[in-house]
Write a protein that binds this ligand. Structure first.
Ligand SMILES: Cc1cc2nc3c(=O)[nH]c(=O)nc-3n(C[C@H](O)[C@H](O)[C@H](O)COP(=O)(O)OP(=O)(O)OC[C@H]3O[C@@H](n4cnc5c(N)ncnc54)[C@H](O)[C@@H]3O)c2cc1C
Length: 387
């Protein structure tokens, strides 16, 4: 069982769930070492850097947001987090012009987007966290001295009192199997929805397209986005930066098809949707095997898993509900469970008081009132205007 003294946590996974959980643990005075298999944070809050050569032989670089489209809130707690993040300059609001005949956005017209790229939100939550990148954890080792993480036969020297897994379920399952067979079994059968994504640079359409975003009601494409219409993203006269996401059913049906075949299909689908050919300068496809949790009813009912006796926890969108909000809520739920089991009321209250004073400073002079989350957890320590 954890005690109330500051403890050492390993967090595996640097998406919004892992970074939000790390942030909460740091605020409560614990130390956190975060591991991710990628070269930086973000997970599915993703931006791809494309290097390509234009028709004049010039080397070009273009950055496209090829994961989550944006961030929206349904719960008061997450709305409070978004409001604070917008106020601090971490997120900007985007009201995209929607194509005629597009399906409406599910959570209203306002979408929030991190600047300058999607992983920026996770980067900001990592203040005070030790990080190790390009470390694909494939085993968790537990001894009387504590937990250690291993990747490709290399056991990291750091020892931890507790481990948090913030991964899609299929990636969490093998790590859990030696320690919580029940969770491992449950995670292994959660049917995450896949998504094939086409992204690239093309000549600006003629006649011009006067919208930023479309959710076609039929066909293979679920989302069509002008990346160059998003706030803070690069715009180049004469060019269009496209990101399109295929429907989950289409993606599942064609999950194992060669990338070149998928690319052609999605290019054709975009041209058909636009009603004109697309003159591509450069494009690629990305396969998301675990894009979104399953529809309601197939996901576990608990918002997180926490085994206080072992010091082992799991959070992520598959537990907290769909999307960025679900992942964040799961992380809040897990950190609250950890603090409860560690009798950490004092440390947590002090972290909250500190957080509250920062929040009030951020609001002072602006007339802005920032409500605390409805779970009583104020979850963001930011400095107004910090970038
Ligand atoms: C195409 C697409 C569009 C989307 N659109 C939206 C949207 O508009 N709105 C919305 O709210 N949500 C959207 N989502 C979903 C949203 O992005 C996710 O729900 C959310 O980002 C999940 O966060 P997470 O922290 O739970 O997981 P992830 O972001 O997947 O983070 C998991 C992290 O774990 C790392 N990892 C995995 N295995 C290991 C390992 N063995 N060792 C170390 N590290 C490991 C990964 O590299 C990753 O960084 C979209 C997702 C996709 C793919």
């Amino acid at each position: 069982m954890l005690s109330s003294t500051p403890r050492k946590f390993a967090v595996v996974g640097a998406g919004i769930a892992g970074t939000a959980c790390s942030h909460a643990l740091i605020l409560a005075g614990h130390s956190v070492h975060l591991f991710d298999k990628s070269r930086g944070p973000g997970g599915r809050l993703a931006t791809r850097r494309l290097e390509w050569v234009d028709r004049n032989g010039q080397a070009c670089t273009t950055r496209l947001d090829h994961g989550a489209v944006g961030i929206t809130a349904r719960s008061a707690a997450f709305q409070s987090f978004i409001d604070q993040a917008v106020h601090a300059g971490w997120l900007v609001e985007w009201v995209p012009v929607q194509a005629a005949g597009s399906l409406p956005l599910e959570d209203g017209d306002r979408i929030c987007v991190p600047e300058p790229d999607m992983p920026a939100l996770c980067r900001r939550l990592l203040d005070g966290v030790t990080t190790t990148w390009s470390f694909a954890v494939d085993s968790l080792y537990k001894s009387p001295a504590g937990w250690q993480v291993e990747a490709a036969g290399e056991r990291h020297s750091a020892q931890f009192d507790a481990v948090v897994l913030a991964l899609p379920p299929a990636q969490a399952s093998p790590l859990l199997s030696a320690h919580r067979k029940d969770w491992a079994g449950h995670a292994s059968v959660i049917p995450m929805q896949p998504c094939w994504t086409l992204m690239g640079i093309a000549a600006a359409p003629e006649p011009a397209v006067r919208w930023d975003l479309a959710r076609p009601p039929a066909g293979p494409l679920a989302w069509v986005l002008r990346n160059d219409a998003r706030p803070g993203r690069e715009r180049v006269p004469g060019r269009a930066h496209w990101v399109t996401h295929a429907r989950a059913a289409w993606s599942r049906q064609h999950l194992e098809q060669p990338a070149a075949w998928v690319q052609q299909q999605l290019q054709d689908a975009l041209a058909e949707y636009l009603g004109q050919p697309v003159d591509w300068h450069h494009s690629v496809v990305h396969r998301w095997r675990y894009a979104l949790p399953p529809a309601q009813g197939l996901a576990p009912s608990e918002p997180c898993w926490w085994d206080a006796d072992q010091g082992l926890g799991v959070c992520g969108d598959f537990l907290g509900g769909t999307g960025v909000e679900g992942a964040w809520l799961s992380a809040q739920s897990l950190s609250a469970a950890i603090f409860r089991s560690a009798s950490d009321a004092a440390a947590y209250a002090s972290a909250r008081a500190q957080d509250e004073s920062v929040r009030q400073q951020a609001c002072s002079g602006t007339g802005l009132e920032q409500p605390a989350g409805d779970n009583g957890v104020n979850t963001l320590a930011v400095h107004a205007g910090s970038r």
